[in-house]
Design a protein around this ligand. Structure first.
Ligand SMILES: Nc1nc2c(ncn2[C@@H]2O[C@H](COP(=O)(O)OP(=O)(O)OP(=O)(O)O)[C@@H](O)[C@H]2O)c(=O)[nH]1
Ligand SMILES: [Mg+2]
Length: 365
């Protein structure tokens, strides 16, 4: 399974509708009542990337294979969830398995769509969710500290030091999410292994009314301010527009709908790309007559590791990587011409793969 982003938020804010639009399906039940979703819905979504089409047409590839991201539509969370209210702990476990979270906030007024807290107050909605995540983490950190003291053999005890846990505890006790703490390199690895809910990168998705997608509204502006104070990013999406867009298959029809709404791109594309950035991912390409394919790697991945994404043999027997940057490839007019112009580089084991690199791996069989 690839990189996973969990869609979280209060009940009935549009998470499942957003998930259906993303996955162009009706797999998730989306209805006007709280706690409609219980079991998480999981779907893979192609990462939009204009470079893919360009490369494949230059190489005359038979097939184009985009990178994929996984989205998980999770049950709504209410005050007290960390103590088991609503769907409580089950829901929290679903978040634990994700690499990042997209926090959906209702920023549209509509008397016909139930809001669990009656009044629309996005900042207080955020606080409810963030507090529950924080309380759940505090409980988990305390348990792990106890396990350390008892010298338990549980895996999480081995993966996170007591110093790291004490540091996380101090942050949580002052109301700070673990993501916003500062850690040294070793602790950063522990942070990742810890799977703490508040350690995961968080993106705020303002579900605004149809007239506010371009410039936002008073509600989304208040979310933006809040997000800035938390060092997180915000995007405005009208889930109902995205739902309509996802039903259009004709590209011309889609473009004219976007123009009508004054939108540059579909909100979902913005969302997927932001998710990609949030997870600090980048893309490299393999290009040939059979297929042009995008591969997802963490930023700062070295060449053998990147080769291992294709096949473990590529990593084990790695000799070197031939590479051309996307810009040079397009400018020169393909692989052979890039080679003639001296733009093709031969890189070794230490090479850090860059976003947009076109790679050909040489390896011992
Ligand atoms: N007007 C309007 N209604 C929306 C929008 N997004 C969602 N809804 C409606 O809100 C209701 C709840 O949507 P869901 O997608 O099921 O919400 P959810 O967040 O998944 O809810 P739970 O699974 O119960 O937590 C549905 O009736 C949707 O049609 C929107 O952008 N505008
Ligand atoms: Mg739902």
């Amino acid at each position: 399974m690839g990189f996973k982003t969990g869609i979280i938020g209060l009940p009935n804010v549009g998470k499942s509708t957003l998930f259906n639009a993303l996955t162009k399906s009706n797999n998730a039940q989306a209805e006007n009542f709280p706690f409609c979703t219980i079991d998480p819905n999981v779907g893979e979504v192609p990462v939009p990337d204009n470079r893919l089409q360009k490369l494949s047409s230059m190489a005359n590839s038979k097939e184009v294979i985009p990178a994929k991201m996984t989205f998980v539509d999770i049950a709504g969370l209410v005050e007290g969830a960390s103590k088991g209210e609503g769907l409580g702990n089950k829901f929290l476990a679903n978040i634990r398995e994700c690499d990042a979270v997209a926090h959906v906030i209702r920023c549209f007024e509509n008397e016909n769509v139930t809001h669990v807290n009656q009044v629309l107050n996005p900042v207080s909605d955020i606080d409810i969710i963030n507090t529950e995540l924080l309380l759940a983490d505090l409980e988990s950190v305390n348990k792990r500290i106890d396990n350390h003291k008892k010298k338990s053999k549980e895996t999480d005890v081995q993966l996170t030091s007591i110093e790291f846990l004490e540091k996380a505890k101090a942050l949580l006790e002052e109301g700070t999410h673990v993501r916003n703490g500062s850690f040294n390199e070793e602790e950063l690895v522990m942070k990742k292994y810890s799977q703490l809910l508040t350690s995961k990168p968080m993106l705020f998705i303002c579900n605004v009314d149809e007239d506010s997608v371009v410039s936002g509204n008073q509600f989304s502006k208040s979310v933006e301010e809040k997000a800035n104070s938390l060092d997180s990013k915000t995007i405005n999406i009208s889930v109902s527009i995205e739902q309509e867009l996802s039903e259009l298959t004709d590209p011309d029809e889609l473009q004219s709908f976007l123009n009508e709404m004054g939108m540059m791109t579909a909100g979902l594309d913005k969302f997927i790309n932001q998710g990609y950035k949030l997870l600090d991912l980048c893309t490299y390409f393999t290009v040939g007559p059979k297929e042009t394919k995008a591969w997802t790697i963490n930023r700062n991945t070295c060449a053998p590791e990147a080769a291992g994404k294709i096949h473990t043999d590529f990593k084990k027997g790695f000799i070197r990587a031939e590479t051309v940057s996307y810009g040079d490839y397009v400018e020169c007019g393909g692989w052979a011409k890039a080679k003639e112009s001296g733009k093709l580089r031969s890189e070794g084991k230490e090479y850090i793969v860059k976003d947009g690199d076109i790679l050909n791996f040489l390896f011992n069989k």
